[in-house]
Design a protein. Sequence first.
Length: 247
Amino acid sequence: MRIDVISIFPEYFAPLDVSLIGKARERGILDVHLHQLRDWAHDVHRTVDDTPYGGGPGMVMKPGPWGEAIDDVLAADPRSRPRIIVPTPSGVPFTQRLAMEYAAEPWLLFTPARYEGIDSRVMAEYGSRLRVDEVSIGDYVLAGGEAAVLVMVEAVGRLLPGVLGNARSAVDDSFAPGAMENLLEGPVYTKPPEWRGREIPEVLLSGHHGRIARWRRDEALRRTAKNRPELLAELDPESMDKHDRLL
Ligand code: 6GU
């Protein structure tokens, strides 16, 4: 997969050199291209923002530099087209479902903004030619879209074939489609069997796979009811087990 990011802070993406995503890049699974938006601003101050039409606080990112930058990135591979992802707190929620959709794309282009966002004509212009998604990572406001891009690249990158050491680890994720869809993962334990007087749940030592699966599902239901009660309402009745109790 190819990923392009256009930003006034390309240094912000240094973490993409590290860990899971860094390894995926070394192994050629991910091809990341970072671009400095100001390279497409042509005045001496390399200006990328201006005051908002209609008044109001803050600044808006000018369409000119974004248009030229995106055109040049699109020209890098005229035989293909990226899905464009515009991070904004006003966007649709970024979910595991969307991460899986993005993981199936050959090319993603992220356009994180600072200030009050990008002149809306940019999204209208490219939205008429390619898929443009305005996406939010949660109900809070960041100073810019860069941190949101790091979040999305990590969520997408770990789904690419060959990135996770153990392909099953993505299968059992909270929010992954399947029997446990919309249930949070329950608690996990490792050695030693006793730590500071605390023992691990006995069932995990039983070797009884049926009882362990039942226990894990009960814990997932309990944790979901406690931390995310609204998710229980969305549980697919088809995915419910006859032994499920919603306590
Ligand atoms: Cl994608 N950008 C900004 N600036 N704030 C956010 C966000 C994105 N998602 C949640 N808050």
